[in-house]
Structure formats: C-alpha cells, structure tokens
Ligand binder design. Structure first.
Ligand code: GLN
Length: 240
C-alpha cells in the first residue's frame, strides 16, 4: 500500500507470559493497525536477548507464578528501557502476570517476592482464593469486558489511577472496586479474554497513541466490529 506507515509492536516474553489467549491482543492490534492503514511489524523480546532499539507499542501477558519467576531477572535488566519508553508516552498494555510485575512486587502465597519494575505504584500479594470469571468494567473507553483468573490481590498507591471501575467481577483485589492501573499511556489490567479483540475501542486507543507519537496523526477508518459486539453480548449474558 503506498504511503502506508510502519508500526512496530513488541510482545514481551511470548513463551513464558502468554496464557488464556493473551496472544490475541497482538493479533488484534496487528489486524486493526493494518485496517487503519499501517504496516504492522511484530517483534518479540525473550529473556537474555538485546532489547529492540525501535518500538511503537508494547504488549505483555499473564503467566503462572513460575513463569513470572523465570522472567523476573530479565525484566529488571530491561527496566530502564521500559521506564524510558513509558515516560515518553509509548502505549503499552500489560495483562495479569506482567501487570503485577509492572508494579513494585508480587509476593506469592508461599512468601516468595518477585520483584517488579515499579512503572505502576502498586503492589500485589498472593491470596488464598483465586478470582476467576467474566468481568465487566466501566472505563474511559466505555464498557470493557474480559475474563480474570488470578490469586494475586493488587493494591494501588494513593495517586495511581485504576484502569476502570468493576461493574461485575473481582478486579484488582475483590475489595475496593478498582481494576487495573494507568501510568501515562501504559495500562495494566487483569483482563484476559483476549482483551483487545473483545474491546476494539480500547485497542484503537493504543494504536492512536502509537500513531500520534510516530506520525503526529491518526486517521482511523470505520471498522465493522459486529463480531466483537456479539462476543461482548455473549460475555455480558453469562453468569460470572
Ligand atoms: N500468577 C499470577 C496470579 O495468580 C498471575 C496469573 C495470571 O497471569 N493469570 O495472580
């Protein structure tokens, strides 16, 4: 396509941190970026590898506690790169396990502390009960729908904004009605689903920031999201 512009989408730790369909987030961003006239390029970051020099959008998924332990050292190693990109407004979405590690730490139920990189002022403590099921949020991007499955309970620092308000489900900790965290254009959330195929408005928000950062503008096309709408309606109608 003539005049099409490249967008580089980086997935962090696709082997260790990628469950409950989290890869669908990368696929949704790729396809929607194409529809909006970009040439998406997907790249991956694996433990021990050099961090890529050029990145426009970053995606990370969830994992078992053991997967989180496997990536911990590498995440700390690339922390400076991630902080610099976050501070310069690069959009990122971190789901569940990596959301937890974008906070200060995740202390598991067996008392192991997995150090995080503190992009979010948040901490997570493993709890005795898993919070599992469909979840619906009220967010600045409208109703966001997904599926959560975590034992970690996340608590946000005083000045940290949540991603949304829990309308149905547990959210960060099952207690304070908040879900996820936001820092600049970095979003942390417990929502699998996959999240982005089911929430096109939010997917386009991430693409918008990546496009504006790189090209100074975003001219979205109208996309037929009727399939996503059906998936949303089905989730909405299901019991938790
Ligand atoms: N292991 C973490 C927890 O149980 C994260 C789980 C996940 O990523 N789904 O809280």
């Amino acid at each position: 396509m003539s005049g099409a512009k490249q967008l580089i989408i980086l997935q962090l730790y696709p082997n260790e941190m990628n469950i409950y369909g989290d890869r669908g987030n990368v696929l949704a961003l790729t396809r929607r970026a194409e529809w909006h006239g970009f040439i998406p390029e997907i790249i991956y970051h694996h433990p021990g590898k050099p961090f890529p020099a050029q990145v426009d959008l970053i995606v990370g998924g969830g994992g078992q506690d053991s997967g989180q332990e496997k990536v911990q050292d590498d995440l700390l190693r690339i922390s400076t790169n991630l902080h610099a990109l976050a501070n310069s407004g690069v959009p990122m979405v971190m789901v569940c396990g990596l959301y937890q590690l974008f906070g200060h730490f995740f202390k598991t139920q067996d008392d192991t502390t997995i150090q995080g990189i503190g992009i979010f002022d948040a901490e997570t403590h493993g709890g005795p009960t898993r919070m599992i099921g469909n979840i619906i949020l009220d967010t600045p991007f409208g109703e966001v729908i997904g599926y959560e499955n975590h034992s970690g309970q996340t608590f946000l620092g005083e000045n940290t904004k949540p991603f949304g308000k829990v309308m149905k489900g547990a959210g960060n900790n099952g207690k304070d009605g908040r879900e996820g965290a936001v820092y600049k254009n970095v979003y942390g959330t417990y929502l699998h689903g996959s999240l982005l195929p089911k929430n096109p408005v939010f997917a386009d928000e991430l693409i918008k920031h990546a496009a504006i950062n790189k090209y100074g503008e975003f001219n979205p096309v109208t996309i037929d999201d009727s399939l996503a709408e059906r998936a949303r309606a089905i989730t909405r109608s299901r019991p938790r």
